[in-house]
Structure formats: structure tokens, C-alpha cells
Design a protein around this ligand. Structure first.
Ligand code: MG
Length: 368
């Protein structure tokens, strides 16, 4: 089987509500999605998506994905898409780095490989759990009262997992954590996501003030060096998200004990092939995981669910999906959808969901 054509589509995904991160430092209103269609000489077609969370969240942006694919495409035409490692090497040789540009290609190849094998991607990767995965809500940086309202709204939709955005103002962060913890239900999974918003000193002030609550904090500071430097000085469990980009990051975090949890975002780490290695590093070192779409449509959410399904139930806290935050649906209700706050693995071979091509408009580029 050979890749014969790669078509690239661009879709704007407006967020239902404007969204702030890192104590209001970063604002988001529309996501720039790149949808990729890979066709083969045997009639199978695979779909991938790369949707960074805007262009200020991490070093990734929509135009960069499309430029990267333009550079890599000549090296991919003619390869067997089922040989995901060959495709990965071709991408890494033709364009070192730029992992976020590679994830939609990797995803479309896994989709084709699954269809060719007659298996959902998770089963092709070695076996997918059918335990529905809780979806983590995303509660933007807000006041104590607004935080309560948003969490209540998610709870009414069945959510038990919440990613509460903090960071920026130490006193406000302490107040919000204490308030959310007062309202915690048994079985709730709550992650306080700082999105790099604290200095080392601010991180230590908040974490010591709430130490007795044993909460989990995500990406407290800008870099792995910052997070490592404060690690011996607090006992709060830490998840690393933005600073987990390469396999070398994963092995460093594991070896040096920098964090207890990985937040694996598939677009950021370069797709399923690379993320699966991080999963294995985590499992080998007693590190639990959140698996996340970086942003985007049900395609990205479903990809995240496939990886989450390959993690033992007890080691996978939740998935983060973006589908309830955007106002565009490119797949007419199909794919892994929110059912009572959980995602259920599709049983169809491959990714298990393809977009409506009419919803994408004309391709912005075609390589053959
Ligand atoms: Mg995060």
C-alpha cells in the first residue's frame, strides 16, 4: 500500500466562550485547525487533525503545521502508511523538530493502518480498554463564584473530572483551591492547572498554603528546571504538561523524579507513535497520565481516547476533550462523544470517525 495523495484543509473553530489561561495572561477565541486527508493506492483513506490551542500557548501554530506538511510531503508520498515507524523517520529526517506539524500525518496513518487491519487504533496498538474515560472539564481562570458556576454546569452534564485553571495571583489561587476543595464530591478528579503562571517563589507559597489538602497541580512553572528546583521543597503531586514535549523530556522527568503525572497532549508530542513511548516510560516509573487533545474537533478527541484506552484503567486519570468548547462540528455528531461526562471507544476500524468533507471547504493544498 502506498500514500498517493495528501490533502490539507484549514478550518476555523470558534470557541463557545472566550477562554483565559494563566491568570488572564492568555486569551483565546478561535482555534486554527488543520485537517489532513491521506489517500492510498488501495482505496483506503485516513484522516488526521492538528489543532494547537492558539499560537501563544506553546510553540505551535496552525500555519506552521501547514508549512511543515508542505516541506515533508515529498518525502511521504509512496510510503506505506501502515508502517508508521517508517513514516515517522521520514518526517523526522525531512524536518527535525516541529513535532506538532507531524501529529496529523501520524494520526491519518494510524487511521489507515487500523482500517487495513480491521481494528480500532487502540486495539492495533496492543489492546484498548473499553472502560469509558472521564472527560476533564476546563474551567478557565475566573473568580471563586464564577468557578463554582462553571463546575456546577459541567457536573450537570456528568463530568467528574475538572481541570481548574489557576496561576498569576497567589492569594486568589489559594482562595479558589480552598473553595473548590470544599465542594469536592467523592470520586472527583481535580487538577489545578497553572499553565506555567507561577514563579518558583509563587509556586512554593501556594503549595505550602494548601499542603494539607493534597491537591494535584499541573505545570506550576515555566520550565522543567523550575519545576525540578522546587520539587524537594513541597509535597504536592505535580503533573507536567507543556514541558513534556520530547521522549527525552519524559525520561528526564521520570529519572529525576520531577513529577508524578504526565499530561500527554498528542499534537504537542507529535502524535500517537511518539506518545506511546512516553506512556511506556510513565508506566515503567510509576507515573500516571492524563491524555489530552491539545484542542480541536472530535477527530482530535477520538485520537486522544485511543491512546488513553491503551493505558491501564488505574493509571489513566482522565482525557481532556475540546468538543464541548467549540461551535463547529465537522463530523455530524459521529465519533467519540460526551456521554454523561465520559468518552466511549468507537468499535469501527481505524480512528472510528471521519469528517464530512463538505464541512471542510476546498483543500488549501494537495500533494501527490
Ligand atoms: Mg495543562
Amino acid at each position: 500500500m502506498k500514500i498517493t495523495r495528501i490533502s490539507v484543509f484549514q478550518v476555523d473553530l470558534p470557541l463557545e466562550h472566550p477562554y483565559w489561561l494563566s491568570g488572564g495572561r492568555l486569551k483565546f477565541e478561535v482555534l486554527d485547525a488543520t485537517i489532513v486527508k491521506i489517500e492510498t493506492d488501495e482505496g483506503l483513506t485516513g484522516w488526521g487533525e492538528g489543532t494547537p490551542w492558539g499560537h501563544t500557548y506553546v510553540p505551535a501554530h496552525g500555519p506552521g503545521i501547514r508549512a511543515g506538511i508542505k516541506t515533508m510531503a515529498p518525502f511521504l508520498i509512496g510510503l506505506d502508511p501502515r508502517h508508521v515507524l517508517d513514516v515517522e523517520r521520514a518526517m523526522d529526517v525531512s524536518l527535525p523538530g516541529h513535532l506538532y506539524a507531524k501529529s496529523p500525518i501520524d494520526m491519518a496513518c494510524w487511521d489507515i493502518a487500523g482500517q487495513a487491519a480491521g481494528l480500532p487504533i487502540a486495539d492495533l496498538m496492543g489492546g484498548g480498554s473499553r472502560t469509558p474515560r472521564p472527560i476533564a472539564s476546563s474551567v478557565g481562570a475566573k473568580t471563586v463564584e464564577e468557578t463554582r458556576e462553571v463546575i456546577d454546569r459541567y457536573r450537570q452534564r456528568g463530568y467528574i473530572a475538572h481541570s481548574v485553571k489557576i496561576g498569576g495571583d497567589v492569594d486568589r489561587d489559594i482562595a479558589r483551591i480552598r473553595d473548590v476543595e470544599r465542594l469536592r464530591n467523592p470520586g472527583d478528579i481535580i487538577l489545578y492547572d497553572v499553565n506555567r503562571g507561577w514563579t518558583r517563589q509563587q509556586a512554593l507559597r501556594v503549595m505550602s498554603a494548601v499542603e494539607e489538602l493534597n491537591v494535584m497541580v499541573e505545570q506550576p512553572c515555566e520550565t522543567l528546571d523550575d519545576i525540578a528546583a522546587i520539587a524537594p521543597r513541597h509535597s504536592t503531586p505535580v503533573s507536567v504538561d507543556e514541558s513534556l514535549v520530547t521522549l527525552q523530556d519524559a525520561t528526564r522527568i521520570a529519572r529525576d523524579g520531577i513529577a508524578e503525572v504526565f499530561g500527554i497532549k498528542l499534537n504537542r508530542v507529535g502524535g500517537l507513535t511518539k506518545a506511546a513511548r512516553m506512556r511506556d516510560v510513565a508506566l515503567a516509573h510509576g507515573i500516571d497520565m492524563f491524555v489530552m487533545a491539545t484542542g480541536g474537533t472530535v477527530l482530535a478527541d477520538t485520537e486522544a481516547l485511543h491512546l488513553a484506552a491503551t493505558i491501564p484503567d488505574e493509571n489513566c486519570h482522565a482525557v481532556w476533550a475540546c468538543q464541548d468548547m467549540i461551535t463547529v462540528d465537522i463530523a455530524g455528531g459521529r465519533g467519540a462523544r460526551n456521554i454523561d461526562g465520559h468518552l466511549h471507544l468507537p468499535e469501527a476500524p481505524g480512528l472510528g470517525v471521519h469528517p464530512d468533507e463538505e464541512a471542510l471547504g476546498d483543500p488549501v493544498a494537495v500533494y501527490s
